[in-house]
Every structure is written in C-alpha cells, then in structure tokens.
Design a protein around this ligand. Sequence first.
Ligand code: HEM
Ligand code: FES
Length: 444
Amino acid sequence: MPQVKAPIVTYSGINQKVEFKDPDATLLDCSIINQIPHMHECGGSGQCTTCRVRILEGLQNITPRTRMEKETAQLRKWDPSIRLACQCYVKDDITIQRLVWNSTEINKLQLETLPEGTAEERAIAILFCDIRGFTKIASENKTFDTAYILNRFYTVLGDPILINNGVIYQYVGDEIIGLFGVSGGMQNKNCKDAVRAALGMQYAIERLNRLELIDFDTEIKMGIGINFGRAFVGHLGHPKHKQFAVVGDPINTASRIQGFNKEAGTNLLISESVHKGFPKNTLNLGKKYSNQMEGHEHETILYELIGFKEMDIQLELQNSLDYLLRNEDEFAEKFYNKVFTKSPQTRELFKNNMQSQGRLLTHMLGGIVYSMSRPEFLELGLKSLGKSHARYGVMEEHYPVVLESLKETIKEELGELFTERIGKAWEQALIDVTTEMKKYASIK
Ligand code: HEM
Ligand code: FES
C-alpha cells in the first residue's frame, strides 16, 4: 500500500508548518495539538467565532461549511475564505492566517452583527470617564515622554472596559467612553459589567499613581458617570466610510452625569436606571443627588458609587491579573516546580517543551478570567479543556495538586499586592475551573 502523505498546515505570520496527522481532528484541534495559540472561547462548539481563520491557500482542500457555519458567515457577510477552524477538517495542504489574537479583537466582533446604514435601538449601559491632571503632567514634564504615558492611560483604562464585555467607543481628548451591551444582553448584566469596569478603572489609576507616577509629584484623578437606557446603535456615515455610532439621549445624559462629579466632589456617579439594574442592597452607595440635567424637564436621581457590597470574584481577579502575569515565564516555572515537587509522577505526562507549555497555561488563566464575563462560553471552553486533559492522561487526583500549586504561586507572585480577598477570589475561581475540568478525568 502506498504511504498516504499527511496534509501540511502552514500558519502564515509565524511561518510554522505542521503535519495534520489525525483525520478526525478539526483545524482548531491541529493548532491545540501543536501548541499554536488559537483563540477558541466556546471550546470549539461553533458559537463564538473567535477561532476564525482566513484560508490563504488551498480553500478546496478543506471540508465545506456546516449549516451552522453557513448561518454565521451569512450574518457577518464573510467571504468564502473565512472559516471557523473548529468546524472544518483538512484533506490536503493549506495555508492559514488566524484572525483573532486577543481580547481587544474579540470585543470588535460584537460590532459585526450591527446593521449597516441604519441604526437599531438597543438597551445599553454607557460609561463616560474623564481623566484629570494629565495636562499638568504633560506640561510640567517637558522631557517626559507624553505619548508613552498617554498610551499607558489608554491601556490601563481601556482594559477594564474590554475585559468586562464592553467596547471602547471613543477616546476624545482626556475622555474615554465605554459601551456595554451593544450586541444585546440583559439590563442587570450590562449594568454590572459597566460598574465592574468603572471600579477596575479606579483601581488601575490608583495603582498607576502609586507605582508609576510617584516621581512626577502629581496625582491623576478620574470622574466617571454611568447611565443605562435605549440608544440607537449601528454603522452610519458616508456610504464609503461607515463608522460605528451610537445616538440618543442616554448618551448625552451619561456625559452630563460624568460632568456632575466636579460639582458634587465625587469620583463615580451612577443614574437611577443603572441602580435599578442591581438587586436590592448589593451596591455600596454614598450620597444621593437629585439633579435637573440640561434639556430635561424631570429630575435625574444620581448615586455616588463606592463599590460592591459583597466580594465580586471577577473584579478581584481582573485587578490582579496583569500584575500576576507580568512575567509569564517566571510564573509558569515556579508553578511547575511546585507541581513536580508535590507529585513527581506528573512530570512524565508532559511531553512538550515546558516553556511553551507554561505560556499556554498562563494564557489560559488570562482567558479564563476574561471569559468569566461570558459564562456561556466559559463552560464550553472548560469542557473542551477537561477532555483534552483526560487525553493527556491527567487523573482526578492530580487536580488538587495543581490547585494548591497555583494558589501558592499566585500568593508569592503578587507579593505585597496580595490580600486575603484576592486570595479567596482566586481560590474560588480555581475550584470552579478544576471542578468543571475534573468531570472529564479518569479516576485511578
Ligand atoms: C486549572 C487547571 C488547568 C489549566 C487551566 C490547564 C491548562 C492547560 C493548557 C492551556 C494546556 C495546553 C493544551 C490544551 O489547551 O489542551 C495544558 C496542557 C497540559 N496540562 Fe494542563 N491545565 C490545568 C490542569 C492540569 C492538571 C491537573 C494536570 C495534571 C498534572 C495538567 C497537565 C497537563 C498536561 C500533561 C498537558 C499537555 C502537555 C504536553 O503535551 O506536554 N494540567 N494545560
Ligand atoms: S466558534 Fe470555533 S471555537 Fe468558538
């Protein structure tokens, strides 16, 4: 019998070629098996579209679109070369480009399903954030790299919006606008995402002041206003240059709420409609204001927001994640050393290069924190991760070892930033993750 040659998959960008040995594996499985980072938020069930690739060569060499993939492609107006890696099988050589790389890009995907040329009414939470004190830094520090620090602001303030399922609508001067729920969602979820983002932004600025701006003899302050309401959302503009736009009274009101911070001497204000999005007694509130906004005949009720009453696991994880993974390789090395000391027999389960393995793990931890704001995908993702671990020979008894080692590494890596609250939040999240994965493991 002549030997059948395995198809070759070439990943453009990293220019890596891998053999596609298992005919039952999907193109996404091929990336995972070969440890090539490939987003797959829903765990390969064809729902999130983050595994999308462009087939640069050999489109005829993969299986045709499934019914579900056809529907997705139609809705998003994809040309035939864009495919969902988790839905296609490879018959012969192909060259592909992965299209989604990080959380910023995932958030852009929300905008794809919005109408072109018309606008649809959607119930969204709108967050206006104004940075104060930046101009002082820029003018007083002539030698100081203003562009660098401006980018740091945009990153630390933009991340909490993105990680909480929001989209960054605009950066205007010293102002950032975030929207939550542009592609749908319930009032309580959209409001909670926006409030968590605001609290994350406050934490990020405090840390920036304390750790990075300490030498500049100035303190950056912020004012944030959040409103919830129905606004028109769509891609509007010149036929040749359509842009994502939101229009409506709730947007202007959100901007005015933000502006009212100065008058009230507050940092974070929410409207009554945001407040209504939360169950009773779950928010820690300060003063209450009744204010007539410009252009309104009625009074608008505003509340000063201090935080959540109970610990919010996601907020604690989000606030510690970037610091925790600032040196991914160091984190992974410490972690695996602990695992192999506690349970030496697990060493032989690992066949691949430990550095790339470490990166996959830390990448996955970040992904887990990120997809906690999309629980429907998180569950599917963990199911797929649990199944792949069963294939690697991971047993139920290994999970407590990994859990303990992760907890210890997190505590050590966070150092002085570690608090009991953060420790508890990570512990709870890791228990949830490993409990879900463990369901698919074998018992000795
Ligand atoms: C919090 C729980 C865990 C997470 C988030 C996690 C994450 C990951 C990730 C992202 C990969 C890369 C491949 C893939 O995506 O399937 C991986 C591979 C692997 N993990 Fe885990 N893992 C966890 C628990 C464990 C446990 C309890 C063990 C047991 C010792 C284990 C052993 C392995 C092995 C053996 C591989 C394959 C490595 C190779 O082929 O060289 N993992 N893990
Ligand atoms: S659609 Fe393929 S991983 Fe979600």
